[in-house]
Design a protein around this ligand. Structure first.
Ligand code: PLP
Length: 449
């Protein structure tokens, strides 16, 4: 392989892979899986993982992959981070479960304190812990409805909020998330977002368009909440135009609408800040966390203004596993690691290496329409060379090429034309240069096809 970027790397395919991808043992397992795992559970890359450390996944055939997906932004501080493993192991042997609503335990309170401290705004905040991102979204909607006495919720175009019966109606894409799974719940509305690369609007113009939809299509008197990902995840790391989210928040505040920031993908050090909201000077009424919060253990949080959170009656919130002690211990270790090892700086370092590297590639590849994102949440959009027209399906061609070179890349975007980088914060400069070189070669192959 020729080195085609300006920088060089000492990493090579031979150091990573020992068989074809997928290897024979992975192929055998994938065949077995096809008999017993539901087809609705899809698979990005059918290599079966045996263990993982730092930035690497190691499969059952002994192949190593540089993980640029982190289980979709979950293992943000690195695979099997020692502090997380130690905290979870110790907690597992102390108490594994009591159910916080039966007999509480200190970790839950400590984590609620951490979330109150680290989320934007100095107002009093309260938290409920649940198991998954979608469950956090569901609870935020319940709480906003109770608080406002209104029924409707609005989500933005290109959004993704989950796969439950409520949240599947809040997603931009019907396929695969809601196709055939109806009837969909009522009082859920999707309204235009800000997508500077495609709409060319300023933040103010895009906000005016969104607000016109909210006022005309739903009406303020029925609208309980507006939910927005400050940087959209599945939508392709769409960064809204400056001022857009602030205008929406101001409008929500003026009209008694709860403004919910879904930071499930963008939160917890992902964007070089604790929360992407900080990049926009945004102080959401309610902020949702999940994915990166507990180093890989299932946990999610809804954190919001105390008066909003307390609208829900005792017994109205919770669930058997919500805020599990082991997951909470892991989460406290994640916060401690980010603070004590200054991992926000690592996130920024990764952001500038990827952004600079991709801009370098953009000069050679007119199929790169835009490079965008912050920190360890960077993406590029693939277009018909020289145009702004999305090249549908192009991202999976690039991801497939990358997998064959030992790099796990994730796709995104409503048109399947975005490659998103969600590395964990242990990824080195050398590994990132290798990844950029692999992307460079994959784009050459794409362009030749
Ligand atoms: C992943 C995701 C969700 C859903 O989280 P699950 O844990 O998969 O239910 C919701 N919102 C955003 C922004 C996400 O990225």
């Amino acid at each position: 392989m020729t080195v085609t970027t300006n920088a060089t790397t000492s990493v090579s395919r031979e150091q990573l892979l020992v068989t074809d991808v997928p290897g024979p043992e992975s192929r055998r397992l994938h065949d077995e899986r096809s008999h017993v795992v539901a087809d609705g559970v899809s698979c990005v890359l059918p290599v079966y993982i045996d263990h993982a450390t730092g930035p690497f996944l190691v499969d059952v055939d002994g192949n190593r992959f540089i993980d640029l997906g982190s289980g979709i932004g979950v293992t943000t501080i690195g695979h099997t981070n020692q502090a997380v493993v130690d905290a979870a192991t110790e907690q597992l042997g102390k108490v594994t479960h009591t159910l916080f609503t039966v007999t509480p335990y200190p970790g839950y309170v400590a984590l609620a304190n951490k979330l109150a401290d680290k989320t934007p705004g100095s107002h009093q905040k309260k938290t409920v812990l649940v198991n998954s991102g979608a469950e956090a979204v569901e609870n935020a909607v319940k709480i906003a409805r109770k608080y406002t006495g209104r029924r409707a919720v609005a989500a933005l175009d290109h959004a993704f909020h989950g796969r439950t019966s409520l949240t599947m109606a809040m997603n931009h894409k019907a396929a695969p998330y809601s196709t055939g799974f109806g009837p969909l719940p009522g009082d859920v509305h999707c309204v235009p977002n800000s997508y500077p690369f495609r709409d060319g609007l300023t933040g103010e113009q895009a906000a005016a368009r969104t607000i016109a939809h909210l006022e005309q299509r739903i009406g303020v008197s029925d609208l309980a909440a507006l939910i927005a990902e400050p940087i959209q995840g599945e939508g392709g790391f769409v960064v809204p135009a400056p001022g857009y989210l602030n205008k929406l928040q101001d409008w929500c505040t003026a009209n008694g609408v709860v403004f919910i920031a879904d930071e499930i993908q963008s939160g917890i050090a992902r964007t070089g800040t604790w929360f992407a909201s900080e990049l926009f000077d945004l102080v959401p009424d309610v902020i949702l966390t999940a994915k990166g919060i507990a180093g890989g253990l299932p946990l999610a949080g809804v954190t919001g203004r105390a008066e909003i959170m307390d609208a829900a009656q005792p017994g109205g919130l919770g669930g058997t596993f919500g805020g599990n002690p082991v997951a909470v211990a892991a989460a406290l270790a994640v916060f401690e690691e980010i603070e004590s090892r200054d991992l926000l700086a690592e996130s920024k370092r990764i952001g500038s290496t990827l952004t600079n590297g991709l801009h370098r590639l953009q000069q050679r590849h007119s199929s790169i329409g835009e490079v965008r994102g912050h920190g360890a949440m960077i993406a590029f959009e693939i277009v018909r060379p020289g145009t702004q027209t999305p090249l549908p399906g192009a991202a999976s061609v690039v991801a497939e090429q990358a997998a064959a070179e030992g790099v796990l890349l994730l796709t995104a975007g409503s048109d399947g034309n975005v490659i998103r980088f969600l590395p964990n914060l242990t990824v080195t400069e050398d590994l990132l240069e290798y990844v950029l070189q692999v992307v460079d070669d994959a784009l050459l192959i794409l362009e030749a096809a």
